[in-house]
Design a protein around this ligand. Structure first.
Ligand SMILES: [Zn+2]
Length: 279
């Protein structure tokens, strides 16, 4: 499932590939992918003729800012992919649900085998639009304004456990199961560490780990797991999965202390940690 690094890599690809281009036609064959719209015609009506001005990201959401001040929001969820092709005659991948054809003939294709992802247009001039999920998102982990003090203020008043807090998009945006485990490992904190007992030094370690892990993952093009579902706009896989310290390494030795990485079920999610390095 794409998290902040993967979505950021897609954002950069879209920023290079679609800004300045104008949508000429829309085919939306997958009704679930545009479920917030009445039908394909209504969705198409909001997008056709529009030029993409800028591409932003908020948490795991992509925001394609259009020239009428509306926003085409893309949420990849479990398995969504946005693929650019210059050649409209190139065969479409299975599970291609929405195709935007630009006036220059190229296409942006939304592929989504599990159909949890979606595209929708938010017709609003406000920054994040009238989209409930965006309005409630926590701060961006890689934003300079998100300092250790900001993180502390969001974590320590809450009586919850570290991984639950990291996965809660209202606490901090963009972190999911993979990076939640990797960040906790790098910070030396267990997934079930109580947030209201975090010391300033622990929050500082957690903040540094969050920035280092997410930055490194973006530089590697994100993590592509064995399911092969995450690729960038050019169809390329990321390489950060080779750098994972704990995620999907249960039964293997910790690269730092040699103890065996454990896997448990925590907060309904598969969770990986080192019993020697994390407390
Ligand atoms: Zn260890």
């Amino acid at each position: 499932m794409p998290e902040l690094p993967e979505v950021e890599v897609v954002r950069r690809g879209l920023a290079r590939g679609v800004v300045g281009r104008t949508v000429d036609a829309v085919e939306a064959t997958g009704a679930r992918s545009i479920r917030r719209h009445a039908d394909a015609d209504e969705f198409g009506g909001a997008v056709v003729g529009r030029t993409v001005r800028r591409v932003d990201r908020r948490g795991k959401y992509l925001l394609l800012r259009l020239d009428d001040d509306s926003v085409l929001v893309a949420h990849l969820r479990m398995s969504g992919q946005l693929i650019l092709t210059a050649d409209a005659t190139r065969p479409r991948a299975r599970h291609t649900h929405v195709v935007l054809t630009f006036t220059d003939g190229g296409q942006l294709r939304f592929v989504d085998p599990r159909t949890f992802g979606e595209l929708f247009v938010s017709a609003t001039r406000s920054r994040d639009g009238a989209v409930v999920e965006l309005a409630s998102l926590g701060p961006e982990p890689l934003d300079r304004a998100t300092t250790p003090a900001v993180l502390a203020a969001r974590l320590t008043p809450r009586r919850t456990r570290l991984k639950s807090a990291l996965l809660d998009q209202r606490t901090i945006a963009g972190i999911g199961n993979i990076y939640g485990d990797e960040i906790a490992f790098r910070a030396g904190l267990r997934h079930d560490h109580r947030t209201d007992s975090l010391t300033p030094a622990e929050v500082a370690r957690l903040h540094a780990a969050m920035v280092e892990v997410l930055d490194a993952a973006v530089r590697c093009g994100g993590s592509s797991l064995a399911d092969g579902q995450y690729v960038d706009v050019d169809g390329r896989a990321g390489t950060y999965q080779h750098e994972h310290a704990v995620f999907a390494r249960a039964g293997e030795p910790c690269l730092r202390c040699g103890r065996t990485i454990e896997r448990v079920r925590f907060a309904g999610r598969s969770t990986h940690f080192c019993p020697g390095c994390q407390h």
